[in-house]
Design a protein around this ligand. Sequence first.
Ligand SMILES: NC(=O)c1ccc[n+]([C@@H]2O[C@H](COP(=O)([O-])OP(=O)(O)OC[C@H]3O[C@@H](n4cnc5c(N)ncnc54)[C@H](O)[C@@H]3O)[C@@H](O)[C@H]2O)c1
Length: 265
Amino acid sequence: MNDNLDFGIKDKVAIVAGGGAVGHEIGNGRAASILLADAGAKVLVADKEELLAKNTFQMIKDRGGEAKYISGDLTKSEECKKVVDFAISNWGRLDILDNNIGIASKLSVVDEKEENWDHVMDVNLKPMFLMSKYAIPEMIRSGDGGSIVNISSISATRPKGLTTYSASKGAVLSLSQAMAVDHGVDGIRVNCILPGPVYTPMVYYPGMTKSHRSQRQDASLVQIEGDGWDIGKAVVYLCSNWARYITGHLLVVDGGCSLSVKPRG
Ligand SMILES: NC(=O)c1ccc[n+]([C@@H]2O[C@H](COP(=O)([O-])OP(=O)(O)OC[C@H]3O[C@@H](n4cnc5c(N)ncnc54)[C@H](O)[C@@H]3O)[C@@H](O)[C@H]2O)c1
């Protein structure tokens, strides 16, 4: 076994937008933050909730990693610029951006309120657009290309009762591929992850019964209920040198949920 396998993440500077999670629980953004730091990146954890970002920062520090945290509502242009500037002023470069922010919405177009449609679209798309807008020029300036991962959902391609959410996550697919086309020439790879149902606090805090959990497990072809670590590992892979020939890719991480068909009878 070769202990010197180099994923090319050591000493890279990463921003995770939406890197907090409730308490000390593991959401997709917190898992990605921790695992990027484990792989040697300097990680700036950015979140609307300062305490949640700070908790992720502390968890990284406790594992011996290097991190900082910053709070801000990343639907706002000036806040996104502040996050990118903070990474540059601390570490002088930028290589990785994980655009993780997303909120759900459960209603059909008939029942959805117009204000909520606007809100979900705003939260699920604006931070990706704005963070990338400010991050890409810094990645180019840093001189080593870069890697951006946008978090979508299998709801983008297999909608199931989450109409506004599905529409917003569908837009994330196109945005990711368009960004990959625009910035490949700059050495910047842009990929997109479509998580299936993963057990994160955003999902289980509103309340989840045992039977709901076992339904989620049964939906997977491999009978596994995924968690934030599964998504974080996919983020690390896509940001690593091992994925240097992968861009514009839509990576489904769902244990086969989107292929499973309910048994007849
Ligand atoms: N959990 C799932 O089953 C699942 C499935 C498919 C896709 N996803 C996607 O994965 C991503 C992460 O989901 P999660 O459940 O792991 O959540 P998470 O635990 O990673 O939490 C998301 C974080 O984003 C932050 N945030 C929300 N709005 C923000 C804003 N305007 N500015 C800055 N920060 C903000 C929240 O405070 C929270 O800490 C989302 O995009 C979600 O849509 C999740």
